[in-house]
Design a protein around this ligand. Structure first.
Ligand SMILES: Cc1cc2nc3c(=O)[nH]c(=O)nc-3n(C[C@H](O)[C@H](O)[C@H](O)COP(=O)(O)OP(=O)(O)OC[C@H]3O[C@@H](n4cnc5c(N)ncnc54)[C@H](O)[C@@H]3O)c2cc1C
Length: 411
């Protein structure tokens, strides 16, 4: 029995067994195309459709949205999502593509939304019939998110949205967006309101999505322009002027409070070869030629790999630490550390992978001579974004210092 399974309550153990049996009985077909390394790097419709079909199957098997009420399209269980995630990961299944919906939009709508939103939007989010994106950042509002300038103006019974969002992951496929907008210019924090907005249905009319090409050549994120998009009032989430408070729920989940922001299950297949996992460095070292032998024969490199594995495994013990009352004096102490620590480990893992591969590591995806298909080189370039996404690590340190450790507030 795994360490994870030992902690299960009887109903959780039964659910784990169900997941395991379903996953064993329902293998996925081989993907028709190369899969991206994470959901925010999905570029092609063929990648999306394969992953979307996988999420639909997982939902129908009861492994997505399992802790949500039945009225919201969930399975009405308690503390079971993490178990489903663990089992999907154990079976080497790919990530679920609607990650921004599952990780951020769903908990925010469940807590602050209205019945219309819960009953109509969440089931389609869980099954991946609709893809979701997050419209928070703007050219002048990243770390200083409270500076959002996208306007939400009243017209009749509804709202008219005008403005410019940026770094919007998955917007090029998204049906819906969670949006933070300014409904009152006179107040900074109390002047924001939170909405769900249909973007795909309004493309080419009042919504424009413009992909941003990354250093990797991928179109992971986008700019989104709103030119008077009209939406009804029941797309508002929470009260008028309470957008900042609603956004805190989204951010808490984005930064590690929910079960979705756990180490990704990778792209499936051999877990040791998942990019950005320190264990993958062991095999990579054995395959990387170095002075007539392999990188794994170099004791200094072996030591550096082991140091990274120790750091990674240590930080994966967060769930265990969360069971120690003395470490949980603040509810966000453990969850908030996860993104901070894991993103930095990921950068170090990818940098060491580049070193192990030597000069050949400069060859990337699409180059027939690239070691490991160029996946590590791509992972290395993408690893720069992980300490910026979901709020930069500098901001995360400020939050931990101020809210959890009670240190003086930064200017
Ligand atoms: C891969 C990726 C995916 C993303 N996806 C989305 C998405 O889907 N939706 C969305 O809305 N946004 C998304 N973002 C945007 C992301 O949230 C912002 O990039 C991030 O919040 C930082 O904002 P900024 O880029 O404007 O940088 P700035 O806020 O301009 O910061 C610049 C630098 O100054 C530092 N800094 C700023 N203020 C402080 C301070 N008070 N103390 C210490 N240091 C400070 C920052 O740490 C950073 O190093 C994504 C970003 C990335 C990299």
């Amino acid at each position: 029995m795994s360490d994870q399974a030992k902690q299960d309550r009887p109903e959780q153990a039964e659910f784990r067994a169900q997941c395991r049996a379903w996953l064993a009985a329902n293998p996925l077909p081989e993907p028709p195309v190369r899969l991206p390394q994470s959901a925010i790097e999905i570029m092609h419709t063929a990648q999306l459709e394969y992953l979307r079909d996988w999420q639909r199957q997982a939902y129908e098997a009861g492994m997505v949205g399992c802790d949500y009420p039945v009225a919201s399209g969930g399975a009405g269980r308690r503390d079971c999502q993490l178990i489903a995630n663990q089992e999907m990961q154990r079976a080497g299944r790919p990530f679920l593509p609607n990650i921004l919906g599952l990780g951020m939009a769903a908990p925010t709508i469940q807590i602050h939304g209205n019945d219309f939103q819960r009953e109509n939007l969440l089931p389609r989010l869980f099954s991946c019939a609709d893809i979701w994106c997050q419209g928070f950042s703007e050219p002048g509002a990243g770390s200083d998110l409270a500076n959002v300038q996208t306007r939400a103006e009243r017209y009749g019974d509804g709202w008219r949205i005008t403005g410019h969002k940026v770094w919007t992951s998955l917007a090029h496929f998204a049906d819906w967006m969670i949006l933070l907008a300014r409904s009152d210019r006179a107040h900074k924090y109390e002047g924001m309101t939170y909405f769900v907005v249909p973007i795909k249905a309004n493309l080419g009319k009042t919504v424009t999505v413009r992909p941003l090409i990354k250093i990797t050549g991928e179109t992971g994120f986008n700019e989104v322009f709103f030119d008077g998009l009209e939406i009804p009032d029941h797309y508002r989430v929470g009260e008028i002027g309470q957008g900042w408070e609603v956004a805190q729920t989204t951010l808490l989940h984005e930064r590690g409070a929910g079960p979705w922001v756990t180490p990704s299950s990778g792209r499936g297949g051999d877990p040791e070869r998942n990019i950005a996992d320190a264990w993958g460095l062991l095999e990579l070292a054995r395959r990387s030629p170095r002075a007539g032998r392999t990188a794994a024969d170099d004791p200094v490199l072996r030591d550096r790999i082991m140091q990274l594995i120790i750091r990674q495994e240590g930080s994966r013990q967060g769930a265990r630490r969360a069971r120690v009352p003395a470490l949980c004096d603040h509810p966000q102490r453990i969850p908030l550390q996860a993104k901070l620590v894991m993103s930095e480990i990921r950068q170090d893992v990818c940098a060491l992978a580049m070193e192990l591969q030597g000069a050949a590591g400069t060859l990337s995806i699409g180059d027939a001579n690239a070691p490991e298909g160029g996946e590590w080189a791509l992972g290395y370039l993408n690893s720069y974004g992980v300490t910026i996404a979901a709020g930069t690590n500098e901001i995360q340190r400020n939050i931990l210092g101020e809210r959890v450790l009670g240190l003086a507030k930064s200017k």
